[in-house]
Design a protein around this ligand. Structure first.
Ligand code: ADP
Ligand code: MG
Length: 378
């Protein structure tokens, strides 16, 4: 479990120190640095994931499967400067970015040196901590805000969806993952949906999707002779997964297909998982957003680690309710509110108590409902 993340000279941050827990919500203004936090973890992972390859010696790979950060010039913070994290590793002669991850009580420092002669390079020379932290190898999901849209077919990559169990940053491998692992059982615990017709992933996915859209069911089929899989939906309470009348995703509305990777990502959670989610609420109706928060909280309660960027009061409140109901420990739910203050990001972290109440309610933090109401009642 990553308990602390420190970023130095990384994109929007001159220096940012953030506590992470089983469930960490990143909230706040647009362009305040929330996605950059997820990107820093994606960057480490794509640089050091495959230790069979000599990548660890090659440096920080700014552009890859997980993140496309551009060049070293793009990543180095505009007002870069020195920091203890850099000095500790003897980097004083050149500008550099640092990502320091504290996991299981141990700090792991990754420093990328900026070569002023080659600012447009998309690899930064690194000083790597001698042992790679476990989080680089454990089960991992990262879903960007920009995900798959309804389509009739989806890719069928054995290597990505099956060998690695990765859904893709746009969730593009979710349908193939479901097709292949549909019979895998969700262990008895917080993630297992009580009203599903079986503990199998396929039925558990349907049950959680029905929380978003009552009566829906879905099916993932291979298209023989092609490298594609097909997704189809059925409606009608008792139709079950074998319903004959199927609908193409393109005829079913955006929200369901957009939410599917999030649901499946949460259902892949094991105590070793790290799951990064951007805007799980996208395109869902308010109650659906709230139910999505229940699922996210359940994934965190299994012992997985989730870091979630959200703009949704319903997601926040859904997590607060999970805490109040005892489905998630209050100490396991962290909330960070990012607000850019012109000279870099400022983060306020209201603490949650066991009743789901927050100790602080800073200005701009999910207060628009009240602001609007005040104007209406004025
Ligand atoms: N090299 C850099 N130096 C300073 N600020 C940067 C740099 N790269 C990106 N930013 C800033 O980072 C912000 C974007 O951060 P992002 O994580 O995408 O925000 P969010 O997810 O909160 O919308 C923008 O304000 C942008 O100006
Ligand atoms: Mg963002």
């Amino acid at each position: 479990m990553i308990t602390r993340l420190t970023l130095v000279n990384f994109k929007a941050f001159r220096r940012l120190e953030l506590t992470l827990g089983p469930l960490t919500l990143l909230t706040g203004l647009n362009s305040s640095g929330k996605s950059s936090v997820l990107q820093s973890l994606g960057l480490l992972r794509q640089s050091f994931e495959d230790t069979e390859l000599p990548r660890a010696d090659q440096g920080l790979l700014l552009n890859g499967e997980l993140v496309e950060l551009g060049s070293a010039r793009d990543v180095l913070h505009d007002d870069f400067g020195p920091a203890d994290e850099l000095e500790d590793l003897g980097v004083t002669d050149t500008p550099a970015v640092a990502v320091v991850v504290e996991a299981d009580g141990e700090p792991f420092s990754f420093v990328g040196r900026y070569d002023a002669e080659q600012p447009d390079e998309d690899v930064m020379e690194t000083l790597v901590y001698p042992t790679l932290p476990l989080f680089v190898r454990e089960p991992f999901q990262y879903l960007h805000a920009d995900r798959i849209t309804p389509a009739v077919t989806y890719p069928r990559s054995r290597r990505i969806a099956i060998d690695r169990g990765f859904l893709g940053v746009r969730g593009e491998h979710t349908v193939n993952y479901l097709r292949h692992f549909g019979e895998r059982e969700i262990p008895d615990g917080p993630l297992r949906h009580a009203r599903a017709s079986s503990p199998q992933l396929r039925d558990q996915t349907v049950a959680w999707m029905q929380e978003l859209c009552p009566g829906v069911n879905l099916q993932a089929d291979p298209i023989e002779g092609t490298d594609s899989v097909r997704l189809s939906y059925g409606f009608g309470g008792t139709a079950g997964i074998n319903a004959t009348r199927r609908r193409r995703p393109t005829n079913v509305g955006f929200g369901l297909t957009y939410a599917l990777p999030i649901v499946v990502a949460c259902l892949t959670a094991t105590p070793e998982s790290l799951i990064l989610l951007e805007n799980p609420e996208a395109h869902l109706h308010p109650k659906g957003q709230s139910r999505m928060a229940a699922l996210i909280s359940a994934a965190a309660a299994t012992g997985a680690q989730l870091v979630v960027e959200t703009h949704s009061d319903h997601v926040l409140n859904g997590v607060r309710i999970a805490v109040k109901r005892g489905n998630l420990q209050a100490d396991d739910a962290l909330v960070h509110f990012f607000r850019g203050n012109g000279s870099g990001a400022e983060v306020i972290s209201p603490r949650m108590d066991k009743d789901g109440m927050l100790a602080q309610w800073p200005e701009g933090f999910f207060d628009e409902w009240e602001n609007s109401l005040d104007q209406l009642l004025d």
